[in-house]
Structures are given as C-alpha cells and as structure tokens.
Design a protein around this ligand. Sequence first.
Ligand code: HAM
Length: 415
Amino acid sequence: MEENVSGQGKISFEPPRGMRDFYPADMAWRSRVFDAFRAAGEAAGFEQYDACVVENYELLARKAGEEVGEQLYHFYDKSERHIALRAEMTPTLARMVAQRQKERSMPLKWTTIAQCFRYERMTKDRKREHYQWNLDIIGEDGILAEVEVLSAACDALSRMGLSDGDYKVRVSSRKFLGELLERSGIAPDRHAQVFLALDKRGKMPDQEIAAMLREGGLSESEIAATFAIMETKDFSASPELTELFRLAEVAGIADRLVFDIGVIRGLSYYTGIVFECFDTKGEFRAIFGGGRYDTLLTTIGGEPTSAVGLGFGDVVVTELLKARLGEDAASEPRGIAVGFMTEGERDAALRLATALRAKGSSVDLSLRPQKPKKFFSHAEKTRAAKAVFLGPDDLAAGKARMKDMLSRTEEEISL
Ligand code: HAM
C-alpha cells in the first residue's frame, strides 16, 4: 500500500485492516440488531450504562494464556500513561461497580452496547473491532439470574427475526466440571490451566491439548481421565444445572438450550455456569457467550460480589441474519419521497414535506426540479415506501397523487 506523506502518494480507500465502514445498507443492519438489543434489555428491566473505549492497560492486562490479553491494542499517551482499547466490557464494568459499590443497592442489572477491539486473526465472523451487547446482573448468586440473562438474549434473537430453531445455546458449568476433575484427583489449583487447554478443543487436535495438559503437570492417567470427563452427558449430579434447565422450561426457552460439557469459555474469570450460542447449522462462530464470574470484583480489589452476564457481538448475528433472511432484509421500504417538476412547484413541495413531517412521516424532499422518471427511479433506489411528484397541473388542481411504491396503487391527497 502506498503511504500518504504530505500529499505525496495516494491514500488507500480501505479502512485499517479488520475495521469496518458502515455504509447506509450496513447501518440498516446495525440498527436492526441494536434496536433488538435495546428493546430486549429494556423488556427485561436492565439499566443502560457506558464508559470510554480507552481503558487503563493495567485493568485489562492478563496473566499469560488468555487470548484477549495477547490481542490488546495498547499504547502510551503523551504523559506515559499505559492505555489500551477495551477488548471486552467486563473489566470496565467491574471497575465501575467497585468504584461505587457502597452507594448501590444490589442486584444491579446493567446493559450497554460497547465497541471492542481485539487484534484477531481475521475471518468472516471475527473482526478487529466489533460492537458487543453486554447484559450483566451484579450481586445475585441465585440461578434465576442466569435464566433471566439467557431469556433476554433469546428475546433479542427473536426480535431480530430469527426463529427458535435457528440457534442453540450450549450450557455447562465450570463448577460441575471442576468437581468431576477433582474426583479424578486433579486439584482445584490446576483447574484454571486445564480449562484453558480444554477450551481449545475443536480448535486444535487432541494431541496438542494433551501436550498442554502434560505441560500443566497432569499425569498420563489424569489426562486420560480428563478426556473421559469430556464425554459426560448426564448433569443430574449438578443441582445448579438441573435447576437452570427447569427454570428455562418455565421461561419457555428450554427448547433452545442443550447441556454440553465441552463449553468452557476462553476467559479465566468464569466460576460457575458458562454458555455459548451457535447457529444450528454450525456455519458460524459463537453468536454470544457468557457465564457467572463471582470472583472478578475481588480480583480487581472490590468487595466480594457475585455476577453473571453475557457478551453478544454484532458481527456473527448480522452474518447469520443475512444468510437466513436475505442480504436486503434490513432495508425495508420506508418514508415518503416528495419531488417536483419545475421551480413553480418548489414552494408547494416544501410545504407538503413540512406538513407530512409534522404528522410524523419521514420525508425525503427532492432538492431540485426533476423529470418524473428520474424522480421515481431514485425513490425506488432509496427504498421509499411512498412517493408524491408535483407538476404544474397538480398545483392548479390543488391535489396530488401519493403512490405506494410496492403495490403501485395511488391515493389522492389535497395540497
Ligand atoms: P467473548 O466470548 O470473548 O466474551 O465475546 C462475546 C461475544 O462477542 C462473542 O460470542 C462474539 O459474538 C463477539 N466477539 C468477540 N470477539 C469478536 C471479534 N473479534 N469479532 C466479532 N465478534 C466478536 C466476552 O467478551 C465476555 N466479556 C462476555 C461477558 C459479559 N461475560 C460476562 N459478561
């Protein structure tokens, strides 16, 4: 790529690699997805919050092994402060809660749509920047919190236009998996490493995972036991999973949940229930993921506080919606186009547009006189639902015709 140095050379028209531009058609999708996020959060009684995308590096820096830590965009500002772009919202949320912990009455139910940055290997459904809907309940350790978060996520998917059969949420519990590991003689202090290795299953061959476990100090028989545990299908020994599935039945989302011991999650702060949502055909990476993280607040120096939540990105779900509903499904015809033939009708057109807007319509007023053909073809391209074109005759008659662009029918309106 040619550099642009003081006017020499050409500037690339591409955005920086992994970053997205949102043209109007892309914005139509983004609005559809964001509207569903906001409506689902609102319907479930969550309050909105926000923070700056620039965060203290120290808060986001991680112990080795976690992918997000290695993917941080970070830099020093002019005062040598170590700064990073957030890769996820959860540490910032924990910081904000810890800062005002004494003033708040628990539980908090907070939601936001946060832009996040990760230096990832790029694929169709992984970018270096994405928007992530976050939904978290802080200060509640009962399993109903998990069910509420999951219900809201399912509600958002319905509002976007997906059917219940389009996706499945795979649910497991790190606590349950931890108990199974402990029963095989693998002590809790080694679980974090085991989780990180097991999270790679399906992404790398089992031999490499075995090698990671060996490095983590597991004996050959412990490694064999670990792989055997990963075949577990019965969760009746876990009271929390049993109760979660029972409450999901009551909430009407049980048909979309499945138990899968293989769901671990790549972030080390999860302590209990973990879940990840995938499209049923298995074409895309995770739609959303989350779980319980009861120790994160103490890790950053706050009071012990239980918490559960999820992150739901815009990239995968938009790809999925396009695949299931069609590329253009988000740009539904909307609004009224108003045009005019000669300067003589300009005032009348502006008056009509103003009156229609006052009644609540969205009106796209042409800015110059046009030939009817050009006006209607532009109205079609911009997906106007209706169109009114004023000519000298209309003005003389004091009325015009409003055309429905889909049904091609016309209705008379008075000027
Ligand atoms: P996560 O699994 O890392 O969890 O990300 C959650 C979701 O964000 C993913 O399922 C995906 O939809 C989206 N996502 C993540 N990275 C990318 C990317 N590079 N490109 C496109 N989409 C992406 C978390 O971030 C946790 N903080 C979620 C959470 C909130 N847990 C509790 N509360």
